[in-house]
Write a protein that binds this ligand. Structure first.
Ligand SMILES: Nc1ncnc2c1ncn2[C@@H]1O[C@H](COP(=O)(O)OP(=O)(O)OP(=O)(O)O)[C@@H](O)[C@H]1O
Ligand SMILES: Cc1ncc(CO)c(N)n1
Length: 267
């Protein structure tokens, strides 16, 4: 049997709630064979980022080709990409792969610590966003990408369209986790606006929600689900992961990557 195969290219979270670790847990839960290329090793936990060690871009290139020369790649997800050299290597490698590319444009950790510097964020916008099948910014990331303030749902919808039409992304999912009220996200796929709405769960355990969501979308796409359906299913996965999240750590706790499986067990 040959499974669907999905690759994450991202930074690490040794406390297990975000980054590569969250991605691999999500891939496993959603029955896609998970693979990973590490960009930066991050000393972090639920309270914040302590230190970062960036891998040399040549070594990232070697990891990428070690995967793609040997293994099928049915979807790719990127998370934290800290500098231009890494972005260029990933962009060049993407030309050699024929698979949907889901970009989580990680800039700041949930704790408020920056993971990607401002100059590099501009490079990401110019050079990597146009390569993406889907880009999944939260509100602060949307503001950085478009250089304007996002205050409400109308602004989010407009932004999703602009990210596709002006920045050249294949599609854009603007996530409303940072707004008050319902947890609403808007997807513009180049033709149509889709709304994904869930109740806001009263929980501070939101460390790694963005990583988990984009990883779930990538896993579903690797298995052949069309974009809007992959987002709908990914939204369910992250909502349940927040609903059944863990009170672990001294900061914002991690989400529960086996929540959906637990739902089935509890029935
Ligand atoms: N309290 C909550 N209840 C329900 N859904 C939520 C809640 N907080 C965030 N979400 C949802 O979780 C998903 C992730 O969105 P969010 O905007 O938090 O991502 P993010 O800021 O990139 O995450 P992070 O940087 O923490 O990894 C979105 O679908 C959002 O609507
Ligand atoms: C490595 C990494 N990527 C993304 C995030 C955003 O949650 C984080 N905290 N750490």
């Amino acid at each position: 049997m040959k499974p669907a195969c999905v690759l994450t290219i991202a930074g690490t979270d040794p406390s297990g709630g975000a980054g590569i670790q969250a991605d691999l847990k999500t891939f496993q839960e959603l029955q896609s064979y998970g693979m990973s290329v590490v960009t930066s090793v991050v000393a972090q936990n639920t309270t914040g980022v302590k230190n970062v060690h960036h891998l040399p871009d040549a070594f990232i290139r070697e990891q990428l080709f070690a995967v793609s020369e040997d293994m099928p790649v049915h979807a790719v997800k990127t998370g934290m990409i800290a500098n231009k050299e890494m972005m260029q290597v990933i962009k060049d490698w993407m030309q050699t792969v024929d698979a949907p590319y889901i970009m989580d444009p990680v800039m700041i950790a949930q704790s408020g610590d920056p993971l990607v510097e401002q100059e590099e964020q501009i490079y990401l916008k110019r050079h990597l966003v146009p390569e993406s099948t889907l880009v999944t910014p939260n509100i602060p990331e949307t503001e950085t990408l478009l250089n304007k303030q996002i205050d409400n749902e109308e602004d989010m919808k407009e932004a999703a369209v602009e990210i596709v039409e002006k920045l050249g992304a294949g599609a854009a999912l603007v996530k409303g986790g940072h707004l008050k009220g319902k947890a609403v996200d808007f997807l513009y796929d180049g033709h149509q606006l889709h709304t994904f709405e869930a109740e806001r769960i009263d929980s501070a355990n939101t460390h790694g929600t963005g990583c988990t969501y984009s990883a779930a979308i990538a896993a579903y796409m690797s298995r052949g689900y069309p974009l809007a359906q992959a987002v709908e299913k990914g939204k369910h996965f992250v909502t349940e992961a927040i609903r059944h999240s863990f009170n672990l750590g001294k900061g914002d706790g991690p989400t529960n990557h086996f929540a959906v499986r637990q739902e089935v067990f509890n029935q």
